[in-house]
Design a protein around this ligand. Structure first.
Ligand code: AP5
Ligand code: MG
Ligand code: ZN
Length: 216
């Protein structure tokens, strides 16, 4: 099974993708994570992407589609959860081709429906464990023991450079202008299912699993 999680910055795509990975053995393919790894490693792609990401704008279609193709080749039989890709009509077209070349097809496009004003709080409060990547939030999900990662016991945490209010507003504008318009493409193919992304994290997962199991 191959699915797309679609929604604006902070909608919970990464949160839900990692829960589905743990529960279903599917694999999360996040272009944002791939690009951040490239920036950290200082690769040519990373050097090109760094300033664009810090401004909250979109990296070129060719770069992200190449990253997705490479990662799919390493997946074997596992199902893919596309997180943050596709983000433009051109990327949606590339994805069709990338999947077809590998004998895969799309099963669902799950739109996380959210209230944009609440998202700014979600994003500006977000932080992750520097060792294992476990996600946390200042208000909604603190570690059980202060300054100690629940998952690995690490004590260092980090915040994304693009998680400030000004950049978040740009990221949302990019979503509205370039990404939301791809929904009708998938709607015409009968692939879109909507989930209330403002519900509790566990409820959102339940709603997604109901779709994957054909119960919704
Ligand atoms: P990317 O990394 O994809 O960022 P994004 O789309 O802006 O989305 P986020 O990762 O911020 O949000 P999310 O939906 O994953 O939410 P999360 O689960 O963390 O992209 C970053 C940049 O890379 C882009 O701006 C662009 O420059 C570039 N890029 C990436 N892909 C690209 C592409 N395809 N084309 C071109 N450029 C590309 O949740 C957020 C917070 O809320 C967390 O703290 C979480 O704990 C909390 N939370 C989650 N769900 C809930 C809930 N139900 N209730 C309460 N809190 C919740
Ligand atoms: Mg994310
Ligand atoms: Zn950790």
């Amino acid at each position: 099974m191959n699915i797309i999680l679609l929604g604006p910055p902070g909608a919970g795509k990464g949160t839900q993708a990692s829960r589905l990975e743990n529960e279903r053995g599917m694999v999360q393919l996040s272009t944002g994570d791939m690009l951040r790894a490239a920036v950290k490693a200082g690769t040519p792609v990373g050097l090109q992407a760094k300033a664009v990401m810090e401004a909250g704008e979109l990296v070129s279609d060719a770069i992200v589609s190449a990253l997705i193709g490479e990662r799919l080749d390493q997946l074997g039989e596992a199902g893919a959860i596309f997180d943050g890709y596709p983000r433009t009509a051109a990327q949606a077209e590339s994805l069709d081709q990338i999947l077809a070349e590998r004998g895969r097809s799309l099963d669902h496009v799950i739109e996380l429906v959210v209230d944009e004003d609440a998202l700014v709080e979600r994003i500006t409060g977000r932080f992750t464990c520097a060792s294992c990547g476990q996600g946390y939030h200042d208000a909604f999900k603190l570690p059980a023991v202060a300054d100690t990662c629940d998952a690995c016991g690490g004590h260092e945490f980090k915040r994304r450079p693009d998680d400030n209010e000004e950049t978040v507003r740009t990221r949302m504008a990019e979503y509205r202008a370039k990404t939301a318009p791809i929904l009708p493409i998938y709607e015409a193919r009968g692939l879109v299912k909507r989930v209330d992304g403002m519900a509790d994290i566990a409820h959102v997962t339940d709603a997604i699993e109901a779709i994957l199991d054909g119960r919704a």
